[in-house]
Ligand binder design. Structure first.
Ligand code: COA
Length: 259
């Protein structure tokens, strides 16, 4: 059996590819587990600075949870599946390395939720986004009801969730669901270019930026401000802060040590 999630690492950039193109990369339990294991490996690999996540084949990023596996589930098994998927998406969001979704086609249901758990989204012109769960008699269960409103606002999120309509890549860009739209052939090169740019920054700084945004958004604004100030203060214990500021003042390029 071919691997459910492929991993290729070059120049500090790891590319994860969901690999079930025959079902448009629909996510079943085994694929979620494989993804979880790969994320854990990448998170602790010092060679990996940025992660790109994409789907195999020309048509889909991920067309959602595997409907064939879901149809006959009972309520507790369905709840467990939602909790497992949420945990995997949380692992992705909490991973210390910035994660870029390269959305190469359909990103529907769990696929849209997976893309939203990444830090940035670059989309091919042929990408399509949506939360079509209402068409199946269910609601989004992989935190789509939470991440979508945070990205696009409550009104637009409810429009997508209540209608189940798909939007094309341009519309996804217009509403803030994706950061950039590029021709299909340029998707992976563009995602890689962005990854290499971020990889050239101080890794301790990018890690703390992620924490400040993702964890800070879960706190009330007073606590979030203190949390941000704590992380800001923590930066001043690092060699990279001294190097970054010295390099600026000495008009030279910083040589970060990620420490
Ligand atoms: N779960 C399981 N299988 C899926 C799937 C999913 N989420 N999405 C697609 N597939 C399978 C199809 O059943 C089909 O399998 P088959 O060749 O054995 O019949 C194969 O992938 C190709 O999909 P198909 O529907 O024939 O492609 P299409 O180009 O006509 O349509 C979509 C593409 C994405 C519009 C359509 O597949 C779709 O609506 N998928 C479901 C999306 C969804 O509701 N996701 C949320 C799940 S909670």
């Amino acid at each position: 059996m071919s691997e459910l999630v492929l991993l290729d690492t070059r120049e500090g950039i790891a590319t994860l590819t969901i690999n079930r193109p025959e079902v448009l990369n629909a996510l079943n339990g085994d694929t979620l587990e494989a993804l979880r294991q790969k994320i854990a490996v990448l998170d602790s690999d010092p060679e990996v600075r940025v992660v790109i996540l994409t789907g195999a084949g020309e048509k889909a990023f991920v067309a959602g949870a595997d409907i064939a596996r879901m149809r006959d589930l009972g309520p507790l098994a369905a709840r467990d599946m939602a909790l497992l998927a949420q945990a995997v998406l949380n692992d992705l969001e909490r991973c210390r390395k910035p994660v870029i979704a390269a959305v190469n086609g359909y990103a529907l249901g769990g696929g849209c939720e997976l893309a939203m758990a990444c830090d940035l989204r670059v989309a091919s012109e042929s990408a399509r986004f949506g939360q079509p769960e209402v068409n199946l008699g269910i609601i989004p269960g992989w935190a789509g009801t939470q991440r979508l409103p945070r990205l696009v606002g409550k009104g637009r999120a409810l429009e997508l969730i209540l209608t189940g309509d798909m939007v094309d890549a341009q519309e996804a860009w217009r509403i803030g669901l994706v950061n950039k739209v590029v021709p299909h052939a340029e998707l992976l090169p563009e995602a890689r270019k962005l990854a290499l740019k971020i990889a050239a920054r101080s890794q301790v700084a990018t890690r703390l930026c992620k924490e400040a945004v993702h964890h800070g958004l879960e706190l009330d604004s007073a606590r979030a401000g203190i949390f941000e100030a704590d992380l800001f203060g923590l930066c001043f214990s690092t060699a990279d802060q001294k190097e970054g500021m010295s390099a600026f003042l000495e008009k030279r390029k910083a040589q970060f040590r990620d420490a």
